[in-house]
Write a protein that binds this ligand. Sequence first.
Ligand SMILES: NC(=O)c1ccc[n+]([C@@H]2O[C@H](COP(=O)([O-])OP(=O)(O)OC[C@H]3O[C@@H](n4cnc5c(N)ncnc54)[C@H](OP(=O)(O)O)[C@@H]3O)[C@@H](O)[C@H]2O)c1
Length: 288
Amino acid sequence: MQTIELNNGVIMPQLGFGVYQIPNAQTKEAVYEAIKAGYRLIDTASIYGNEKETGEGIRKAVDEEIVKREDLFITSKLFILQAPEDKAKETIEKSLSVMGLDYLDLYLIHQPYGDIYGAWRALVSAQKSGKLRAIGISNFKSSRMIEFVGLNDVKPQINQIEVNPWNQRIEDEEWHKKYGVQVEAWAPFAEGRHDLFSNLVLEEIGQKYGKSVGQVVLRWLMQRGIVALAKSVRPERMIENINIFDFELSPADMETIAHLDMKESAFFDHDDPQQVEWFMNRMKDTEE
Ligand SMILES: NC(=O)c1ccc[n+]([C@@H]2O[C@H](COP(=O)([O-])OP(=O)(O)OC[C@H]3O[C@@H](n4cnc5c(N)ncnc54)[C@H](OP(=O)(O)O)[C@@H]3O)[C@@H](O)[C@H]2O)c1
């Protein structure tokens, strides 16, 4: 597995497996199958509601000696409600105990709302005590990332943001490079929106290398130096998606993919009032 070095010296796999929207009943098996397929980076979040089952899948793979815990790179995230410092500390502890782990490899502030500075102090303190190897943010636009770096002593190692062929984040990538914050792509397939998996341009590129659209997209992210998280509940697709380290897209193909950029989210804008309202309601729901 190809790796990336973060700004604190921690090494992480460049391709990972995400468990967002995997139903609880399927998560343990999906995580176990993903580890069997060769994934070492696993991404969950407290708000996904499947941290427990993610931990169970990890334990099954470790118990069966498919992998050692120290060879895995496990991520979870803190949702908005838990942002105030004390709550954030509680949430980190809760993630660890629910997942049955002594430490996490990466912990992120999931959304750019609420007391992100208080939350950050909690993450920094947990990192110092060895409970979190790397810490970061998610869904921060470059402007917020720059402000956040400027106002904190400890810089985030990662910003996990949407990156896919429809929303390529080329300028954002430059800003993150300038500040030494690694970009990690969520929804690399845009969850199939705009018919990604049957896009003719991507299909044609794939045919040249004997690869699928999904493989072309993930390979394109690897060549850009971006960490990518792919989700699938199907073992055959997990295997397909990780089988991307035996070919290289030509500069011309990289350029052709660059032309697919629509420069806007395939999902939503984090500054859209309706979306912020949705997040605030979600926060209240989790509070109850
Ligand atoms: N930080 C954040 O706010 C945030 C937001 C969203 C996601 N994430 C993280 O990023 C991960 C990935 O994003 P995502 O799950 O939203 O979307 P995604 O990985 O872009 O797309 C997943 C979809 O693609 C399908 N798929 C996967 N591989 C395929 C293949 N080779 N051929 C055809 N279809 C394929 C899956 O279906 P099947 O499962 O049926 O195969 C699923 O419907 C998440 O799981 C989560 O860990 C983070």
